[in-house]
Design a protein. Structure first.
Length: 263
């Protein structure tokens, strides 16, 4: 072990931990905000259940952007494309990377070990590119359709529900022996998950009424779906699988809200 590694270990072992530091660690880890609050994965993962609430901040910024773009009378499809681009950029492309890697893994025939090996490979294949395109274009189309109904609150709700999808995936998945995913999965408990759903539903209702609550349910469904696919193909949920659950959670959140809006 080098002297630099020893200093890093000392920093992690001696640092003071707190709820605020854990939340700050999640923000540093999952966004491009230059707040530079670093903590251990274990400490950061303790607040996994609170992640959707943190994402309300991201969704609120996107809501403001969408509001002003709407004042400029830009087509809703353009606004939807800009908002989606903002989401994946502001989140540091972390979850987008997961979608691409999982897409590559799903294209492989063979054992779960072989699929995980391909998924963790740094190369990007056709499966990953195609999966990202499918998820992106459907998400943009769904957001565009909701904006056409003048439901601007969908911008905030879908981003919060994306993290509901991630949390739903953690509570229903099995972790591996390594990787970042195991910390988030092992930190989740059913009481924490229920707290996540209650808080997220209240926020969704404030911004979208009953339709907003269905957005949360859509995020939960998307996360559970990714968990099911992950178990079938990879046996475990890696960090890439959790990242994918975020993007699929957002997609199904928008889909559920659109269906209820059109009824």
């Amino acid at each position: 072990m080098t002297e630099k590694d020893k200093q890093k270990d000392d920093y992690f072992s001696n640092e003071k931990t707190s709820t605020l530091r854990s939340i700050g660690g999640l923000l540093t880890f999952s966004t491009i905000l230059p707040i530079n609050i670093y903590t251990t994965m274990e400490e950061m993962a303790k607040m996994t259940w609170f992640w959707p609430v943190i994402s309300v901040f991201v969704g609120f910024i996107a809501l403001i952007i969408a509001y002003f773009l709407n004042i400029l009378n830009l087509p809703f499809f353009i606004i939807s494309t800009i908002i989606y681009s903002f989401f994946i950029w502001f989140n540091g492309f972390h979850h987008l990377d997961g979608v691409i890697d999982v897409g590559d893994g799903l294209m492989v025939h063979g054992s779960s070990e072989k699929k995980i090996k391909i998924m963790r490979d740094s190369m990007i294949g056709t499966g990953g590119i195609a999966t990202f395109f499918i998820v992106a274009i459907i998400t943009i189309a769904l957001l565009d359709s909701l904006l056409l109904t003048d439901f601007l609150g969908a911008v905030l709700i879908c981003e919060m529900s994306a993290k509901v999808g991630l949390v739903s995936c953690t509570i229903s998945s099995k972790s591996g022996s390594d990787g970042t995913g195991k910390y988030f999965i092992e930190s989740m408990t059913m009481p924490k998950f229920i707290a996540t759903l209650i808080i997220s539903s209240i926020i969704a209702f404030l911004f979208g009424g009953i339709i907003g609550i269905f957005g949360v349910l859509g995020g939960m469904f998307g996360g559970a779906l990714v968990s099911f696919v992950g178990k079938k193909h990879f046996k475990i949920a890696t960090g890439d699988v959790l990242g994918t659950s975020n993007e699929i959670g957002r997609l199904f959140s928008l889909l559920f809200m659109l269906i209820i809006t059109l009824l």
